[in-house]
Write a protein that binds this ligand. Structure first.
Ligand code: C2E
Ligand code: CA
Ligand code: CA
Length: 739
């Protein structure tokens, strides 16, 4: 066997088969070897033929455009010529097969059609046949045999290149197929792990183009067209989902959330979104859909909604929710003839006191108990809310007779406070002020109705009424008071306040017992204002401390002034409950006395019974400190409060001033006379001095004298007057022998 022919065992099966079919054997080798030099002799002509071929077939030439450089193209040509050289000289070597296959692979990668390969071999064949027929170095006898041998070699050569071409195609295809399979399984894993189901529905052929595998795969979503899992959806919501689908068929992206019950009995929420795909004619031909489980986000949403609409302390509605419902109620009532809406604002009485004395924790418990009581007496259609602190609101929507129904509800609310709230060993008594407005008669607008309800509530509180409906005039009164509050501070600086002094005389003819300082405001626009017209506002706006200081200073300065004029009498000052209970009350008195170098005996303080009743222990200690400083204490308006004489006994008091309402009536009412007389008697027994206030007539004056009353004050004796007028008055009194 020729050394150039490989043993069959070294070859790939296909090459061995080729060798055997084409009879590439020692016979062939003999002729090829004999004429190899002659066949490869005329290289220039071969090059010429190949170049012509390449240029004639544009696709090949194009695919070689990366050889744009002329030299590179020429080197390719030389490679081709070399290749034929190798074919004739190395046709038996194993690496020759490998080279050929590689050429096939390259052709495949460069996308050179097999037809052009075949075309090139026809060029080679022509070239060799031409040599074989015309060369005189080849014997006539050998010509057909050599021709056959060259043909068979060319055949084999071409076949191996095409085999390489085909195998590369096959491999590439297999690799792509594998990649595709991998991708598919990755996608499948991904989709079946996601909580979404994705699908694409062919609207024209009415079938799924795609339906993603999902966790719910076993549940045969594909059997339900055009919306997977529709049968899970709550029956009441089917129509909504279908409507949404219909809308998307018109070209609009739509989505809908609906409650579902999964076959394993879980209630969940699913959101479906439909994305229509429109073709170039504007027709919706496909709908792509996503369905996802939104139960968690829905629960969070509901929780947030609950938090945003609920008062966490009491579980009642909060301000937001109450306002929403109120707006809704007004809108509904506006549409329905004859329907009214009642808005009620509530503020607890004494709650601050509970909070301050028993602590916030108790305060919270109390608020919860109150909320519970409210809930029990109201209907579910009503909304009760806590706005914050001890402020509540009640909404009665759609009622037919607002006044009657709101009155009944207000009474029920007040009944909630009949029984004390039990907290540990404490029995807590509370109450509420209630302001009520009705739609439509009290206003069309929610903000107007709320403002009026607030003012009505404020009025209920101030006048200690169980409830107050809005009525004409309330608002103006409130505004006036509000304006006054804002003017008080300025008024102190502008010196618009004035103290008048009213004398109090001894009924045994021993002269003036003292003078009471009574405040007036010379308001630049409103004229002279009496204390009842501005003291409550001063207290509410926190300006009372400043005003009290001014009163104290002014009164003590006046007392000093009188002293220098020879008038020795104590000046008494009215002390409001709030000032009396303020922490630095005693200090402020001490400081004022010091500032004026005034003896404590020149000052009397008038406080009411109720002031003493609220915090008895604390009051007692304050009073003791004052008495030590020489200040004497009178009980003002005695008889109007809730104290008993025996209770007052514990306090170091000097004087009881019987309220003028008893004194005024004495001449006409024997009952009042009896009260006055017994107060005088009892007061004496307990060691108090007794004074009568509001003595307007001589008869009364005389009766009191007869009854043994110690002192009297009133218009009959002297009206409240300016400090210098009082000097004249006292002089006159001395002149007529009254003092
Ligand atoms: P009050 O302490 O009972 O003062 C007596 C009130 O009775 C005064 O009214 C006085 O003008 C009035 N009055 C005096 N004699 C008669 C009389 O014969 N007949 C009638 N009908 N009334 C008489 P005013 O000045 O309007 O004071 C009202 C209330 O305002 C006072 O009642 C007192 O509680 C409070 N008040 C007055 N001045 C001050 C003050 O400087 N500070 C504080 N905190 N309250 C004051
Ligand atoms: Ca008084
Ligand atoms: Ca009084």
């Amino acid at each position: 066997m020729n050394k150039r022919l490989h043993s069959v065992n070294d070859l790939e099966p296909s090459q061995a088969v080729l060798n055997s079919f084409l009879e590439v054997n020692s016979g062939l080798a003999f002729y090829i070897e004999r004429y190899a030099d002659i066949l490869t002799n005329n290289k220039t002509e071969l090059e010429y033929s190949i170049r012509s071929f390449l240029k004639s077939v544009i696709p090949i030439y194009d695919s070689l455009k990366h050889y744009a450089d002329e030299d590179r193209a020429e080197s390719l040509l030389r490679a081709q010529v070399q290749h034929l050289d190798n074919m004739l000289r190395q046709f038996g070597q194993a690496n020759y097969f490998t080279q050929l296959k590689h050429i096939g692979q390259t052709h495949y990668q460069l996308r050179i059609d097999p037809a052009w390969v075949i075309g090139a071999y026809r060029v080679y064949q022509k070239h060799f046949l031409n040599i074989i027929y015309h060369s005189n170095q080849i014997t006539d006898q050998d010509r057909p045999l050599l021709c056959d041998a060259v043909n068979r070699l060319l055949f084999r050569d071409m076949a191996i290149i095409l085999e390489g071409y085909w195998q590369t195609g096959e491999n590439t295809h297999q690799q792509q197929q594998q990649k595709l399979t991998e991708l598919q399984s990755q996608l499948c894993n991904l989709l079946s792990n996601l909580p979404q189901t994705i699908w694409s529905y062919d609207v024209v052929d009415q079938k799924y183009i795609y339906l993603s595998p999902s966790k719910n795969d076993s549940l045969h979503a594909g059997e339900e067209i055009p919306i997977p899992f529709l049968s899970w959806t709550d029956k009441n919501e089917h129509q909504n989902v279908l409507n949404c689908w219909q809308q998307s068929l018109k070209g609009e992206t739509t989505s809908i959330e609906s409650a579902t019950e999964t076959p394993d009995g879980q209630r969940r929420w699913y959101k479906r979104t439909f994305y229509p795909f429109v073709d170039k004619h504007g027709q919706v031909i496909r709908i792509d859909g996503v369905m996802e489980d939104v139960t968690e986000s829905r629960q969070t949403h509901n929780r947030l909604l609950f938090m945003a609409s609920t008062d966490t302390l009491t579980g009642l509605a909060n301000r937001n929710l109450w306002y929403d419902r109120a707006k809704q109620a007004l809108a509904i009532a506006a549409r329905e003839q004859g329907r009214e809406v009642a808005l009620m604002l509530l503020d607890l009485n004494h709650f601050k006191y509970i909070n301050d004395t028993l602590g916030h924790q108790v305060g919270d418990v109390v608020l919860r108990m109150v909320a519970q009581r409210f809930k029990e007496v109201l209907r579910t259609s009503d909304t009760v809310a806590r706005f914050g602190g001890d402020e509540f609101a009640i909404l009665l929507p759609s009622i037919d007779d607002g006044v009657t129904i709101a009155t009944r509800v207000a009474e029920k609310i007040q009944d909630c406070f009949q029984q004390p709230l039990q907290y540990g060993s404490h029995e807590l008594f509370l109450g509420a002020a209630i302001g009520i407005t009705l739609y439509p008669q009290d206003g069309q607008d929610l903000s107007v109705l709320m403002r009026r309800a607030d003012i009505a509530m404020y009025t209920s509180k101030r006048k200690r009424l169980p409830f107050q409906f809005h009525k004409p005039g309330l608002e103006e009164e409130y505004d006036r008071k509000l304006r006054l509050s804002s003017q008080i501070k300025n008024a102190i600086q502008e010196n618009e306040f004035q103290l008048l002094y009213q004398p109090r005389v001894r009924l045994d003819g021993q002269g003036i017992a003292g003078v009471e300082a009574l405040i007036r405001w010379q308001h630049p626009q409103l004229g002279i204002l009496h204390p009842s017209q501005f003291i409550p506002q001063a207290e509410q706006s926190g300006l009372m401390a400043e005003l009290s200081e001014w009163i104290l200073t002014t009164a003590l300065a006046q007392a000093n002034n009188w002293q220098t004029q020879g008038l020795h009498m104590p000046v008494s000052i009215n002390v409001s409950a709030r000032s009396f209970q303020s922490v630095n009350f005693v200090d402020s008195i001490k400081q004022a006395l010091g500032n004026h170098h005034t003896n404590g005996h020149q000052l009397e303080l008038e406080i009411t019974e109720n002031t003493l009743m609220n915090h008895s222990d604390r009051c007692l200690s304050i009073l003791k400190q004052l008495v030590e400083m020489g200040v004497s204490i009178s009980i003002d308006d005695f008889g109007t409060g809730f104290s008993s004489l025996s209770h007052l006994k514990q306090f170091p008091l000097e004087l009881l001033k019987i309220d003028n309402s008893f004194i005024n009536n004495m001449q006409h009412c024997t009952r009042d006379t009896a009260v006055v007389s017994s107060v005088i008697e009892l007061g004496h027994k307990l060691g108090f001095q007794v004074a009568a206030e509001g003595v307007e007539q001589l008869d009364t004056f005389n009766s009191l004298k007869q009854m043994g009353c110690d002192q009297a004050q009133g218009y009959h004796i002297g009206r409240p007057m300016a400090g210098n007028e009082l000097v004249q008055w006292a002089t006159q009194q001395r002149a007529v022998g009254n003092a």
